[in-house]
Design a protein around this ligand. Structure first.
Ligand SMILES: Cc1ncc(C[n+]2csc(CCOP(=O)(O)OP(=O)(O)O)c2C)c(N)n1
Ligand SMILES: [Mg+2]
Length: 538
C-alpha cells in the first residue's frame, strides 16, 4: 500500500530529481524509506543549512531545482538562513521539511512551529501540505514555481502523519498537463520605446541580475551584446558596485547615460541608481519578471514586466540596426574589466611570506585553466580570489552577503560536474561554518579542495573596525593560527599546510591527486580587499 511519502518520492523521481540533500529526522524517515528501490540518492549532510546550500548550487549550475529535505522545527529553522542565500542568488530550490502531524495541529505537538510562516520571507511560496493523496501535486507545484519566472526557493512542509497515511496503490497521477504559460515577451510598443531610448544613448549599459548572469540566460545577453555592441555587466556580488571581479569596469557606471536593468533590481547593490556611482542624468529602463520588483521611486523611466532573457533576445534582433555606434564604448568597458593595477603582477610572483592573496591566485589559476570549478566565499581573502582568478565555471556566495556556504556549494558542484576538479577558496573564519561537510564529501565520494586563506582573523570585520573606529579600538575579531588541514586529515581526508609560496603549487597538486576531500591551509597576509572605487559622477 502506497503512503503519502511514496507520492512525494514518486513525483520527485518523475520530475527528474535524482538527489536529495538532507539531514535526517523522525518526521521524514518515511521519505527516506520511500526512496528505496528508486533512482534517488540521499546526500546526508552535517547541518541543514549545508543541505540547502547544496540544493542552491545544484539549482544554479543546471537551472533544475535542487531539493533539500530536512526535519521539522529546529531542522527546518536551521535551513532558513541558507534559503535566504538561494533567494538572493535567484536559484531554483525546493525545501521539503518534515512537520508536526496535522492531526495534532495547535496542540503543542513535538517540534510544532509555524514553519510556512517562518519560511515565507525567504521563499517565493511556502505552504503546509494538507492532503496525503495530493502530496505528489504539492511537489510538482513546488518544482514548477521554483523554476518559473525569477527562479528562487519554494518551501513545502510535510506533516509526518500525512507522509505515513496509506493512499491506495496508485502512484499518483502522472505529471499533470500544465496550462501553457503566458508569453512573457515584451509587447511591440514597449520594445519600440526601449529602442527609442537606445537610439539617443551614447553610452548604454546593461546590468544583469544573478539568474540572468548564469549560462541559460546569459547567452541571450551575450547575443544582444554581440549583435548591437551594448556592453553588459553581471551584478552578483554583495559588494555591488565595488565587486572586485569588475576591476575598473565599475567606472562605467558613472559614464553610462542609459542603464538597462535586465532582471536586476534597483537595490543596494546598485546604490538605488544614485550618484555616485551613476550620473544624475543617466536614465534607467528596468525589465523584470515580477511587477513587484519594479522600482517605485521614480528613478526608472521605463519599467516593463517581461521575461528579461526574452527581451534580450528581442532586442538582439530589433536593435541590430544600431550596431556599431557604441563600439568604442563597449571596448572601453571590456578594457576596464580586463585591466589590473600595475603592482598586481609583482604580487602574483612575490616570494614574500606570509603570502599575499594574489600569490595564492597565481597558484590556483593553472588549475582553473585546466577546467576546475571555482567556488569563492568569505571575507577579504574571498574578494582577492574573485578579483585575481578567472574561471569558466564560478560560484560565489552571492547577493545574500552570507559567508559560510563555500564547502557545501563546492560539494554539490562536484556532484554536478563529476569530471572537473572543484576548488573552494575561503577565509579561515568562513571555513569554520561548514568544515564538517568535508566528512559529507568523504562519505558521498565527492572530493573537493578547500583552500583556506588563513590570516588568523575575521579580517573583513577587522578592516571595518580599523576604518570606522581606529587601530586602538579593534576587538574580538581575532582567530588562532589554527591547523585546519588537520581537520581534513582527522576526518579521513587530505591535509596540506603551506607557509611558503613555492610550496603552494605542489600542495594543491597533491591535494587534487589524493582523490580525497582536502583542506589546503595557507598562511596569508591579512590585507584589506582590493578596492576599485566607482568613479564619481561628473
Ligand atoms: C552569515 C554571516 N555572518 C557574518 C557575516 C559578517 N562577515 C562578513 S566577512 C566576515 C569575516 C570573514 O572572515 P574570514 O572568512 O576569515 O575571511 P577574511 O576576511 O579574514 O579574509 C564576517 C564575520 C556575514 N557576511 N555572514
Ligand atoms: Mg580570515
Amino acid at each position: 500500500m502506497a503512503r503519502g511519502a511514496d507520492l512525494v518520492v514518486g513525483a520527485l523521481e518523475r520530475a527528474g530529481v535524482r538527489h536529495l540533500f538532507s539531514l535526517s529526522g523522525n518526521q521524514i524517515l518515511s521519505v527516506y524509506d520511500a526512496t528505496i528501490g528508486r533512482d534517488i540518492r540521499i546526500i546526508h549532510t552535517r547541518h541543514e543549512a549545508a543541505a540547502v546550500h547544496m540544493a542552491d548550487a545544484w539549482g544554479r549550475l543546471g537551472e533544475e531545482p535542487g531539493v533539500a529535505l530536512v526535519t521539522a522545527g529546529p531542522g527546518h529553522l536551521n535551513a532558513l538562513s541558507a534559503l535566504y542565500g538561494a533567494l538572493m542568488a535567484e536559484s531554483p530550490v525546493v525545501l521539503l521539511s518534515g512537520h508536526a502531524p496535522a492531526g495534532q495541529a495547535g496542540r503543542g505537538a513535538f517540534q510544532e512551529v509555524d514553519q510556512a510562516g517562518a519560511a515565507a520571507p525567504v521563499s517565493k511560496a511556502s505552504w503546509v501540505a494538507k492532503d496525503a493523496s495530493r502530496l505528489g501535486e504539492d511537489i510538482e507545484t513546488a518544482l514548477e514555481l521554483a523554476r518559473s519566472g525569477r527562479p528562487g526557493p519554494v518551501h513545502v512542509s510535510l506533516p509526518g502523519d500525512l507522509l505515513e497515511t496509506a493512499v491506495g496503490n496508485s502512484e499518483g497521477a502522472p505529471a499533470s498537463a500544465r496550462a501553457p504559460r503566458r508569453s512573457m515577451a515584451a509587447a511591440e510598443g514597449d520594445l519600440r520605446r526601449v529602442i527609442e531610448m537606445l537610439e539617443t544613448a551614447r553610452r548604454p549599459l546593461a546590468l544583469i541580475g544573478p539568474a540572468m548572469s548564469r549560462p541559460a540566460r546569459r547567452a541571450a545577453v551575450e547575443r544582444l551584446s554581440s549583435a548591437t555592441g551594448l556592453p553588459a555587466l553581471p551584478m552578483e556580488s554583495p559588494r555591488g558596485v565595488n565587486d572586485p571581479w569588475l576591476h575598473a569596469a565599475a567606472s562605467s557606471f558613472g559614464r553610462a547615460d542609459l542603464v538597462l536593468l535586465l532582471g536586476k533590481r534597483l537595490d543596494f547593490s546598485v546604490r538605488w541608481g544614485g550618484a555616485p556611482p551613476f550620473d544624475p542624468a543617466c536614465r534607467f529602463v528596468q525589465a523584470d519578471w515580477d511587477a513587484e520588483a519594479l522600482d517605485t521611486t521614480g528613478r526608472v523611466s521605463l519599467g516593463l514586466v517581461t521575461d528579461p532573457a526574452l527581451l534580450a533576445h528581442q532586442l538582439a534582433v530589433a536593435a541590430a540596426p544600431l550596431a556599431g555606434r557604441w563600439s568604442a564604448w563597449i571596448q572601453e568597458v571590456a578594457a576596464a574589466r580586463a585591466s589590473e593595477p600595475a603592482e598586481w603582477e609583482s604580487r602574483r610572483r612575490s616570494a614574500q611570506a606570509p603570502m599575499h592573496p594574489l600569490r595564492v591566485c597565481a597558484e590556483i589559476q593553472p588549475l582553473l585553466d585546466r577546467g576546475a570549478v571555482l567556488v569563492v566565499d568569505g571575507g577579504e581573502f574571498g574578494q582577492w580570489i574573485q578579483a585575481g582568478c578567472e574561471s569558466g565555471i564560478r560560484m560565489i556566495n552571492g547577493l545574500s552577503g552570507s559567508i559560510g556556504s563555500a564547502l557545501p556549494l563546492a560539494i554539490a558542484a562536484r556532484l554536478r560536474h563529476a569530471d572537473r576538479p572543484v576548488i573552494a577558496a575561503m577565509g579561515d573564519g568562513t571555513f569554520g561554518f561548514h568544515a564538517l561537510e568535508l566528512d559529507t564529501a568523504l562519505r558521498a565520494g565527492l572530493p573537493v579542495v578547500a583552500v583556506v586563506g588563513n590570516d588568523a582573523r575575521w579580517n573583513a570585520e577587522h578592516q571595518l573596525q580599523l576604518q570606522h573606529y581606529g587601530a586602538a579600538r579593534t576587538l574580538a575579531c581575532e582567530l588562532g593560527p589554527s591547523r585546519y588541514d588537520r581537520v581534513a586529515a582527522a576526518l579521513g581526508g587530505h591535509g596540506e599546510h603551506v607557509e611558503r609560496p613555492e610550496d603552494l603549487g605542489p600542495a594543491l597538486e597533491r591535494a587534487l591527486g589524493s582523490g580525497l576531500p582536502a583542506c589546503v591551509n595557507v598562511v596569508i597576509d591579512g590585507v584589506a580587499a582590493p578596492t576599485y572605487r566607482a568613479a564619481p559622477a561628473h
